[in-house]
Design a protein around this ligand. Sequence first.
Ligand code: NAI
Length: 324
Amino acid sequence: AQTPVKVTVTGAAGQIGYALLFRIASGQLLGADVPVKLSLLEIPQAVKAAEGTAMELDDCAFPLLSGIEVTDDAGKAFDGANVALLVGARPRTAGMERGDLLQANGGIFGPQGKAINDNAADDIRVLVVGNPANTNALIAQQHAPDVPAERFTAMTRLDHNRALSQLAAKLQVPVTEIMKMTIWGNHSATQYPDLFHAEVGGKIAAEQVDEAWLRDTFIPTVAKRGAAIIEARGASSAASAANAAIDHVFDWVNGAEWTSAAIPSDGSYGVPEGLISSFPVVSRGGKWEIIQGLEIDAFSRERIDASVRELEEERAAVRELGLI
Ligand code: NAI
């Protein structure tokens, strides 16, 4: 029988964890023929709740699920891990400054990066979901010098999927007719969903909508969708975030055509090297590759630059705080 793939999920007792774990165990993360072993990492206060989720996972009798462990010890959780989904993070609470938020998350993602460095399998792939996702991924990566830098990624796939769905609704087409969607930059309100390369029915999407809709409705609706969900649901996006995490890892492992992922920049499109920024990507041979050679017009340039500037500021702030 095939050796199970070890998947570690942090923040396993949280809302996204609850929407994610059952889908992983059912085979949707890696493929319907790949057995998985789950490791659930939580803080001590939430271990019991995670154990409850583990009981429910047992009760599903998933054929592909070969084992579950629940722990508050990062070294144990990442020991031999092949895939790590870093979901648990410190949320921003009222009155918290950016520095406080980065500091608190540095205290989580620094040690977890080190634990990945020291314990994970050689083929470890990391997806950071917990916010601020791009900079948390950078912090973890900088504490894992023995792991190839490209294995640390952050999630902008939810933004990508939101952009597909908004555009599909506007043009009254199935989402499957939209190709080449891109989210650029940071997973934050500055992100730039790009319709100048997206195609619908083989024609550029930006040419099929009016500019005012693109600028004043589409971009802010996608960028602020997280807040709209909180407003409507009274809780932040969870099932859709879990779905996007599944999409990201499945595509990374199994290959994919044009999609969006936040990966370490190699300097492409003027994004400073090393920043973990969202790009148009394909997945080939288990690696993300940035799609090259796209023309970026002034409208897009300005918006990509603004989001990348925010990433640079976050990097400067975590450097200043000694977190990387
Ligand atoms: P939640 O608050 O329901 O769950 C978070 C869980 O993480 C809690 O159970 C908590 O005990 C745990 N946790 C905290 N520190 C931990 C640590 N050091 N180690 C292990 N576990 C730890 O939050 P939810 O709704 O599940 O969201 C999780 C994160 O995902 C948040 O940061 C949220 O902002 C982010 N998010 C990111 C999205 C994206 O598109 N990148 C979309 C939606 C949410």
